[in-house]
Each structure stands twice: as C-alpha cells, then as structure tokens.
Design a protein around this ligand. Sequence first.
Ligand code: ADP
Length: 444
Amino acid sequence: MRGGSLGLLTSFVKWELVIFIICAEVVSFVCMQVPVACEREKQPLSNSLESQVRTFNEIARNPSYGKDIRIFQAWEFFHQHYKRTGDERRRLTEMIQAKYLRSNLICTMIAVGKDFLLFFYLIFLVGKNKLALEDFVLLMGLASGFSSNLLQIFQSFSTFARDSVHIMSLNEFLEREDMQDGGDKSIPDEIRQIAFEHVYFKYKTEDDYVLKDINLIISAHEKVAIVGLNGAGKTTLVLLMMGLLRPSKGRITINHTDISQFDRASYLQLFSAVFQELNVTAFTIGEQIAGGRWNPDLVWQALEKSGLKQRMEKEPKGLDTCIHTVFDEQGIELSGGERQKLATARALYKDSPVIVLDEPTSAMDPLSEWKMFQKYDELFPEKTVLYVTHRLSSVKFCQKIILLENGEMKEYGTHEELLRLDGTYAALFRLQKESYGLESEEAE
Ligand code: ADP
C-alpha cells in the first residue's frame, strides 16, 4: 500500500520540471552573488572614502580649523579634495548599486522566463494527452510553490552574504588589539613595580620595530622621565605601558604579572594621562573632568588645585558650563593654558596611581614647561609619574631618566649619572642649553 502511494507520487512528479526549477534558481542565486562579491571587494576602499568624507565634514564644522584655512587660503584645495573624495565615493556607490540593479533585473527575467517555459511545457503535455487538465492546474501550483520556496532559501543566503560584508568590517574592528577584553585577573591594590622585559613593538603598517628590546623597571611613587628626539618611540612606550598597544615580543608586567592577564577596564583605571593633543569635547566642565556622574565637591577641589577654579566660579552655570557652543549657545572657549589646567584637573579627579604626561607642554617655551613639570611634581607627590618630553632640562629632578634613540634605550640613570656618562644625553643637554639659552637658575 505504502509502496503503491510512493509509486503514484513519483509517477506524478515530473523530475525534468524539478531539475529545471532548481537550475533556474541556482542561476538566479549566482547572479545575485555578483554584486555582493563586488561590494565585498570594494569594502576597504568604501570604508576609507567614508572616513575621509567624515574627516572633511569634521574639519568643516570645527571652528578651530577656521583660522588656518583662512590665513593659508586653504579653502580652494580643501574644496577640491572634498569634492574629489565625495565624487569618488558617489561613483563607487553608484557602481555597486548599478550591479545590484542589473542582477535584480536578470533575476526577474529568469523568474518570468521560467514561469513561461513551465506553463508552455505543461500545456504541451496536455496537448499530447500526457497530462490531464486537472493535473495541469495542480502541477502548475506545485511548481510555483516549490519555486518560491527555493527562491526564499536562496534569497536568505544572499541577504546573509550581503550583510556579512558589513559584519566583516565590524569583526575587523572588534578584533583590533585595543578592543580586546584582556584577562580576568583583578588589578593589584598597590602597584609596587611596572617592568618591561625584552619588549619589542612594531605597528601593523610598518616593517620595522619602533621599539627594540626595552628593559626597564619603574617603582612605585617614582618620577620617571622618558626623553628623546621626536620619533624616538616615547609615546609608543607609554601607550604600551597603559595597555593601549600590545608588545609584538616580550612582556610588560605589574608586580610580576603580565598585564595582558588583567581585566582591561580595571587596568585602565590605573592610569591618568595628559597627552600632547588636549582633546576637549563639547560637554560640560563637570563631565569633562569626571565623566558620567560626578561629585561636585571633588570636581571643585580638582579645579582649585589645577588653578581653574577662579575662572569657573565666574561662569553662572558653574560645572554645568559647556565647552564650545554645540550643545549650549552659552558655552565657553578655553585658551591653551586653561585646557592644560582642565586636563590636570581631570588627572587629579581620577586619582589613579600612575600619571602619564606625554608632552602636554610641547607648545610652551622651555621655562614654562619646566615650571609646569615642577607643579605636577608638587601636585602628585604620592603618585608614579612619567614625564615624556624632548626637553631634557625640564626633567632633571626625576629619579630616573630613560633616553630613547631610534626605538632603543640608549641611556638610563639620574641626570647627574647621565652627565657623567658623557654620552648622547650629555651632548643633547649641552646643545639644548645653548640653543634654548637656559641660563636661569631654575632651569640649571
Ligand atoms: P615620539 O613620541 O618619541 O615622538 P612615537 O612613539 O610617537 O615617537 O613614534 C615612534 C615611531 O613610530 C615614529 O617613527 C612614528 O612615525 C611611528 N608611529 C607612531 N604612531 C604610529 C602609528 N599609529 N602607525 C604607524 N607608525 C606610527
């Protein structure tokens, strides 16, 4: 009985039709993949053009670029670059969209052609008395149902392939080293020492190591200077220490534990940093200093120590005063020196055990830098502080001075020890003393 039903079914099914429908849908599917493959191939270029256009938009909206653009009459080439990048992005988008349009058109033609052929083939079978008229209706319905189900399956694959082009970019982003979670160890209550053990580092885009075989130990509460000419690798070294980059070889430890084993979010709590570019966002002073929620008393204390309290007391909105006028028309602009103080207040508020000052004073004259570093020394007596600079006279007071040259640690010691060594540090110090004319007692 069972065998009989199956026999009836298989005799009823027209296998040539099944194969024909499958072939037509496979051809449609292949056709749909052509624009997806093209979009995937062009994704890096598309991402790059997108970020270029975004940068142009940011520059155009940021008033601080206005001065340079006007003075150097840069609007002409700015406009040309903007237009060229915008045009290139538009052409790329149009090219990809045209491919999608063409493939959709071909798929529609295949679908219509397939239905026509099916219809005429079944009519032909009816004409030849190989198919009853009622079976014609039934087979036509079955064929179109089967066909649309197959189409849906293939379309799902196609949508998945298309979305995966964008997921690919997201994955690349999430796999970046600085997005990794790190380990699950909690950070120690007290930092006794930070050590670099045979650390090498190479940026992904570069062939050569930027840092080579760095070995050093920074003890708790020490004031350490990292000096060297521009491009020597000073910033890279502190970024490695703060876990924002990972060593290509070797390891960095805190109290003898590899820092990659620490939970990343809590590891970042160990550091405050004031960088060369003082990035001030358009939010309120309170938010700038403390982040999301803040304790007003502690923020005022930080402002007082950093020297910005008087200035902020004059503002009617106090800590709720916005910087720039993006979010509040009554927002204020801060001078370079005031931004400096804001960054110091941020470090004071965070109260982390290690503070990094990465050439925050590079726009100042040597004497102002010296005074500023002295002030930091007074403000953070209990902290481990790293002073990064290319001006040697500013960091004479440090307990350790590390001289980097072409990514290598050339000299290491106190100011007096390095002068006695009479090597690169001593030569640079003498040269800077002459060219900066630092004859004042402080700078000596
Ligand atoms: P310093 O702080 O001593 O001026 P850096 O650590 O900033 O030196 O840079 C050291 C070297 O690494 C330089 O040659 C610089 O061009 C290169 N470099 C810095 N940042 C990057 C980066 N993100 N990608 C590629 N190379 C970089």
